[in-house]
Structures are given as C-alpha cells and as structure tokens.
Design a protein around this ligand. Structure first.
Ligand SMILES: [Zn+2]
Length: 458
C-alpha cells in the first residue's frame, strides 16, 4: 500500500473544512493597510493558519500576504504552494457559490478546484505526516497565498521574508507536471497626441491578459460616409454593428474571448475593428497609435511584423495579445501582453518593441515582466513528482509547458506546477459552477500526500 492512501480516511474532515473555507468569500482586492488583499482574503488566510495550529503544526503569517504551516525537521525545506483567494463568483451558478455542494459525484463551489480544495488537501498532507509520526530529512511547508488572482504580490512579499523552498510544487494547474512556463511581458504603448479628429472614441478590452471580444469606435462622419460604412457593414458578417449617434456613428465589432496565453483560441475584436476602419477609410489620416497597431501588429499573434517572432523546442512560439485599447479625450493607449519562449531573452524583446514604437513617435511603459520558468526534466523535484504520480495511478505523467503563470514562477527554478485537475475534467475555473469530480479530488489528495511524503521522508 502506498503512503498516499492514508489520506483517504480523512475524506469527511477534508470536505468539512473545505466547506468552512468556501464560506469565506475571499475575492482578493488591492487595498492598503493590514489586509493587503481585503478583509475576506485575510480572513481565509487566518482561518487556514488557525486550523493548522489546532492540528499542532507550527505556523507563520507574513503580514496577511501569505503564510505557512510546517512539519518536520531538517536543514532543507520542501514546499506545497496553494492560494486561498478566489475570483468573484459571477453569474449563472446552479448552486450557492460560497459553500460546498455535493451532487452526482461532483463537488461545486467557488474555489473547490482553484485553489481552496488543493489548499485544504495540502494542510491535511501535513496532518497525516504528523499523525503517522513520519521522520523527515527536510522540513515541509504548506505555503498559502491570499493574493494569487491579482498579480502574485503575496508570494513576492512572503519570499522577501521567508526562504524559497529547496524543492516545491504548486497544485494550481493541471496534471501531469508543468516544468516550463513562458516569460510574460506586459506593457502600455501610448501617444501624447490624443483623440483623432475622425475617431472620437475607441474602446476595447477590460484586462490586459484576455483577448477582447468586443470593440467599438465612435466616428465623426457625414451622411455620405455613413451610407458608405453601412454598405460595407451590410456586406460583412453579423459580427459588425452600426448605430447612428448625435455626432456620427458608433461601429462595434465582436470577436471571441480567450486567455492571453492562448490568443490562437480567440478572435481579437480590437484589431479586427481597427483593420476594418483602416480599410474602409483609405483617405483618412489615423493617429500614430492606430497606424502602429494596424501596421506592426494587425491580426498577427506571433509578432512577425514587430520583428519579435521567435520560438524554441521547449515551449513553442512567442505569442502576442492586444488586451486593451483606449482612445478618447484623456488617453490614447494600447496594452499588450506577450508570452515568450523559456530560452529567450525578455529584455531584448522589449528593447525591440520600444525601438519600433519610437518610429511611430510612441512611448512604451513596462507594466510587468515575469521571467520564464524552466526546470530540467531530470531534476530531483520532477523525478519525485513523476514517481509519486505513478505510485498512485500506475501510469506515467506527462510533462508539459504553458503560457500561463503559476506560483512556480516565484521559485527560481526550484519548483513546478502539478495538478490538481486531471486531463479531460471540465473544472470550469473562473467560471460559474466551478467543480471537481469527488473521486478524482481524492485521487489528487493521494498523489499530493505521496509527493509530500517522498519530498520529506528520511
Ligand atoms: Zn489558482
């Protein structure tokens, strides 16, 4: 019998505690003061740390950013990183989002999969190790963040005071093992000359890390131009819409939303509408920002015209997403999100973009740069996780890369993402009816405990 099986007898306790933490609507928000991600996020963090204390584990809370529970002895530290904040519930739920509902073999609730379920499991892994009185060669910490969903400042702060574990994993993704995460560059390109005389307003996108599915432009135009646009739109598909306004017309375009890490799954409404305007009004001079977006990016998602297209064998192609475009009386800007391959240099890519923007008289401001993660497949951490997976499931785990980002990125190539969602599971993360199959959740619990045991046992 594997060690991981020992967690099965804690199933009822795990579900009971999961229900308790789900009841805290810990949607992270940026605030000032003693609760950096809001009162509820701090409440969830303190709740799980108190629960750990009741179990007899040592705990530390780093200023309500993040904290850990610890078991065992040793110089080195192993870590399991999870988070107790969640994204807002949103609409469309079949059940109360902020509690646990069990139905047809599934558990539902905001955070069951991302990432409160895995957080409770990590806590119980430490409890089992303690109850079984396992002798350790290194300490093991269950590290809990409370601001993962809004930029991971929780871990930056935590690791400014606490050591980075020597070996770690974060069950906040999918099985098997994600040992490569692309680099992320996010920046704003902006112009000092504001709204166009022709385009009074342009709006698209609410966040930088998603493909916008809606864009609109308010255009100043006369009767004859109106007829022309109407004619053009009538010839197009129904993803364009035209409305008369007091000053002219409002033209809208719809596309398909997607995460910025997978722009190929979306259809960007912003670049689509800009292209439509440029092609429809060849006589009009557009402002520099529109010229830049249309000429240097257009509908490309791999950065060819910008001269930054690149790829490697480990993590595929660089991808680019136009996330937000704003042109109005106050600003003229576009926000862009780039995911670049793990062996490439982000600074050089950014330099090239600045150069190209300068040619259009535009400025660039860097918002965020997360370096890539690249952990060797033959490393100790990947080997331990592979063996633990195989011990429980009797088959090999796949090793993959992502354009997304997890806490593994904060670990200086000492850790990777691993679980909790299995291939083919529709967990509906960040969506209504977030859920996990209960049997699979308990499989995850066994794999997680097996890995925890293998990481720390003497
Ligand atoms: Zn998460």
């Amino acid at each position: 019998m594997s060690f991981g099986n020992k967690i099965l007898k804690y199933k009822d306790d795990i579900l009971k505690d999961l229900n308790e933490i789900l009841k805290i609507p810990s949607c992270a928000v940026n605030t000032e003061g003693e609760n950096p991600f809001g009162e509820e996020a701090a409440r969830a963090l303190n709740w799980i740390l108190n629960r750990a204390k009741e179990m007899g584990l040592d705990i530390i809370n780093v200023d309500n950013y993040a904290g850990h529970a610890e078991y065992g002895e040793g110089e080195e530290i192993a870590g399991i990183l999870t988070h107790v904040d969640v994204v807002p519930a949103g609409d469309g739920w079949s059940f109360e989002p902020f509690k646990l509902t069990e139905k047809d073999g599934k558990i539902f609730g905001r955070g069951v999969a991302d990432d409160k379920g895995p957080a409770i499991v990590a806590l119980y892994c430490l409890k089992v190790l303690k109850d079984e009185n396992v002798k350790t060669k290194r300490k093991i910490r269950a590290i809990f963040g409370s601001g993962e969903e809004i930029g991971m400042d929780d871990m930056n702060r935590y690791f400014s005071e606490q050591p980075i574990p020597d070996l770690a994993f974060t069950p906040d993704s999918e099985y098997g093992i994600c040992n490569r995460e692309k680099g992320i560059l996010q920046f704003t390109v902006f112009s000092k000359d504001l709204s166009d005389s022709f385009i009074k307003e342009f709006f698209s996108g609410n966040v930088i890390n998603a493909v916008p599915d809606l864009a609109y432009a308010k255009v100043n135009c006369e009767e004859t131009q109106y007829e022309k646009i109407k004619g053009l739109i009538d010839k197009k598909d129904d993803s364009y819409n035209l409305e008369a306004t007091e000053e002219g017309v409002k033209i809208s375009a719809t596309g398909v939303a997607s995460h910025a890490a997978w722009p190929e799954k979306g259809n960007n409404a912003a670049v689509k509408l800009i292209r439509f305007l440029k092609q429809s009004f060849t006589q009009i001079k557009f402002n520099n920002l529109f010229e830049f977006i249309d000429s240097m990016i257009g509908t490309e998602i791999y950065g060819e015209s910008l001269g930054i297209a690149t790829e490697d064998e480990h993590s595929g192609k660089l991808t680019l997403n136009v996330g937000k475009v704003r042109v109005n009386n106050n600003e003229s800007s576009v926000q862009i999100d780039i995911r670049y391959p793990v062996t490439k240099n982000g600074e050089k890519i950014f330099e090239k973009i600045c150069e190209e923007a300068k040619n259009y008289n535009l400025n660039v401001e860097l918002l965020n740069h997360d370096k890539p993660l690249f952990v060797e497949e033959k490393s100790e951490i990947v080997t331990i996780l592979k063996n633990s997976y195989k011990e429980i499931l009797g088959k090999e785990s796949n090793i993959y890369y992502t354009g997304g980002g997890t806490y593994a990125r904060c670990l200086n190539d000492k850790g990777v993402a691993f679980g909790p969602v299995f291939e083919g599971e529709e967990a509906r993360l960040h969506n209504c009816d977030e859920n996990l199959d209960l049997d699979k959740f308990m499989l995850h619990a066994q794999i997680c405990l097996e890995a925890a045991y293998n990481l720390c046992k003497d």
